[in-house]
Each structure stands twice: as structure tokens, then as C-alpha cells.
Design a protein around this ligand. Structure first.
Ligand code: 13P
Length: 340
């Protein structure tokens, strides 16, 4: 393991003003996203959408790295370039999602465990040869009646730590993503309590597995009420509670925290990030690693129609730019009305 390589890649990924595009939704999830905007999904349209995003001119002003998945990293652009190579040519760092489907956890109804550890050492070698310099593993934690259980939290934390160890062995920076899902009718207090417990468990396991904290990145959820909750929390409260939990659980050696968007709208997520960066200084960079909140608006404009290609790229550039401004608390809601 080369600690210098890990630390410098991790730092580059959270460079000032930059964040990550996670265009790594699985085939099934991407198809659902397309159907939601009335596009009939196909492998070719999935490929094309990624080409649209990744050929957006000057996206690298705001995007440091791009998370691909096993399908895309094996595909080529219409001009015959490998996608990982395209990412590099555009001035960004290629990354790869390595967790496989989150499966139902035996004996724990309603809970999931991410799989994909078997053979991961060899997969890292293959992905590294394809150009990947960082990786992502997502574990999902559901809040509900009697869940999450300690067994589910600890099993997922253990998998995240084992994945991170294998990534670092290959000089690949692990993004550790324990996502406490937004689904449910719980209040913000319950989300705060669960997120804190999960992050505590994750950092305990990462430390037990001797992970180089300066050579990894964390990708958490923001703390807010469940989607179906009657409780409404204003964005100031969301920012305060999220920061409180992070300060209580994330060691200072971790260079950066990149939030997932989790289903919040694109402007809402940009505002969350902005408020958190506005509120004092933090030992870590606070950045973004969004899928939906970065590429969603662009997909809605494109709709699989080449006539909308440029407008969709313009929207992607705009979202990247606004999230970049949110990295320093310089975003305002009024900017949403700007054109491009
Ligand atoms: P969202 O930003 O849509 O939550 O996706 C981020 C991600 O990478 C989920 O694994």
C-alpha cells in the first residue's frame, strides 16, 4: 500500500470547489430513472446518457471525479474511447462502484446487507488496470419499527471496513458510504440517533481494520425527517443536526465528507451543502457526490432525444457550478433562476 498515493488522490477528490459525479446507478435503477421521465430505457440510452454527461465541456471546473459502474467502465463512447479514459481526458479522476446488490439479510426482516466481498481483491486489480483510482461501496440502513438492529449496522460496517482495506491494498481510495435511507415516517431525532450510531460503528470497524483514515473519504446522508414524516425540519436545522453528528463521529484525519443526495431535490441538496459550509470551519472538506441531484435535472431535459443534448449538458454544468458554489457557502436560491 502506498499511503502517499492514497492521500494525494483523496485530497484531489475534495479539492476546493469540487465534488464527485456518481453516475453509477445499476442498470435496473437507471432504467427506473428513465421510465420516471417517460423514456423507454435501453442499454444504448444508458450509455448515451453517460456520454452526454461526461462530454460536457469544462465540467472538470467543478467535478473532481466520476464514479462509474461495472457496465459503464466496460463501454466505449460513440467515438470508441473507453469511458474511464474519457473521464481522464476530460480532467477528472475515474472511480468505480464495487458493492453488488444490497440483499435481504437472513433472519432480519426489512434489513439489507451489501454483498460483493468475494473476489474483490481480483476485481480491484482489474478495475485499476482499466484506470480506476478510487472506489465506492454503499451500505443501506433502513429506519422502521424495531430496525435498524445492531446486527445489521455492525455487519454492514464490517463489510465497509473489509472493502476499504482491500481498496487501500490496491492503492485505490475507498469512499465509504453508509446510507441511512430517507424512506419512512420517522422524525429528524430518530434519523440523528441512527446516523450517529451507524457512523460510530463504521469508524470503529475502519479503525479495527487499520484503515488509513487520511486515504479514505466518507459519503453519508444528511440528517432529516423521513420522507413520509409529518414533521418538517427547516434547512437550518438539517444543517445543524448533520454537522453535530459528523463532529461527534468522524475523525479529523479523514480529508473529506461527500454527501449523497438520497432523494432530496437538486436545489434542496445544494442548499443543505451550502448551509453546512457556511456554518463555521470544519476539520474536513464538505463536498458532494450526488447522483440524482447532479444528473437528474439533465435527464429530465434530455429525455433520450438528441435535440435536447446541448440543453441537458447546460443543465448538468449549471448543477455542477451551483454545487461548487455551495462548497464555500456562496450559493443563493436566486441562482436557480439563472440560465446555465
Ligand atoms: P444519490 O445522490 O441519488 O443519493 O446517489 C448517490 C449514490 O451514489 C448512491 O449510492
Amino acid at each position: 500500500m502506498n499511503k502517499g498515493v492514497l492521500e494525494s488522490t483523496a485530497e484531489l477528490l475534495v479539492s476546493p470547489g469540487k465534488g464527485i459525479l456518481a453516475t453509477d446507478a445499476t442498470e435496473g435503477t437507471m432504467d427506473k430513472r428513465m421510465q420516471a421521465v417517460e423514456v423507454a430505457p435501453s442499454p444504448e440510452l444508458r450509455r448515451k446518457f453517460r456520454e452526454l454527461l461526461l462530454t460536457t465541456k469544462d465540467a472538470s471546473e467543478f467535478i473532481s471525479g466520476v464514479i462509474l459502474n461495472d457496465e459503464i467502465i466496460r463501454q466505449k463512447t460513440s467515438g470508441g474511447i473507453d469511458f474511464a479514459k474519457l473521464v481522464e481526458n476530460q480532467g477528472m479522476i475515474p472511480g468505480i462502484k464495487v458493492d453488488k446488490k444490497a440483499n435481504d439479510m437472513a433472519n432480519f426482516p426489512g434489513e439489507k446487507i451489501a454483498e460483493g466481498l468475494d473476489g474483490l481483491r481480483d476485481r480491484f486489480i482489474e478495475y485499476k488496470n482499466m484506470g480506476a483510482r478510487f472506489a465506492k461501496w454503499r451500505a443501506v440502513i433502513t429506519i422502521g419499527e424495531g430496525i435498524p438492529t445492531d446486527v445489521c449496522i455492525e455487519s454492514n460496517a464490517e463489510s465497509l471496513a473489509r472493502y476499504a482495506a482491500l481498496a487501500q491494498e490496491a492503492d485505490i481510495v475507498p469512499i465509504v458510504e453508509p446510507e441511512v435511507l430517507m424512506e419512512g415516517n420517522h422524525g429528524i431525532g430518530r434519523c440523528e440517533e441512527v446516523t450517529k450510531k451507524v457512523l460510530k460503528s463504521v469508524f470503529k470497524k475502519l479503525t479495527d481494520h487499520r484503515i488509513v483514515l487520511a486515504g479514505m473519504l466518507l459519503k453519508p446522508n444528511v440528517v432529516h425527517p423521513g420522507k413520509d414524516s409529518q414533521e418538517k425540519a427547516d434547512n437550518e436545522v438539517v444543517a445543524e443536526k448533520t454537522l453535530k453528528v459528523l463532529h461527534e463521529t468522524v475523525p479529523e484525519e479523514v480529508p473529506g465528507i461527500l454527501f449523497l443526495s438520497g432523494g432530496d431535490s437538486a436545489p434542496e441538496m445544494t442548499q443543505h451543502l451550502d448551509l453546512m459550509n457556511e456554518k463555521g470551519s470544519h476539520p474536513w472538506e464538505l463536498a458532494f457526490s450526488f447522483e440524482r441531484a447532479l444528473e437528474g435535472p439533465s435527464l429530465e431535459i434530455w429525455k433520450g432525444n438528441d435535440a435536447n443534448w446541448e440543453a441537458a449538458q447546460k443543465e448538468f454544468y449549471k448543477r455542477a457550478r451551483l454545487n461548487s458554489l455551495a462548497r464555500t457557502g456562496a450559493y443563493t436560491k436566486e441562482m436557480e433562476a439563472e440560465n446555465g
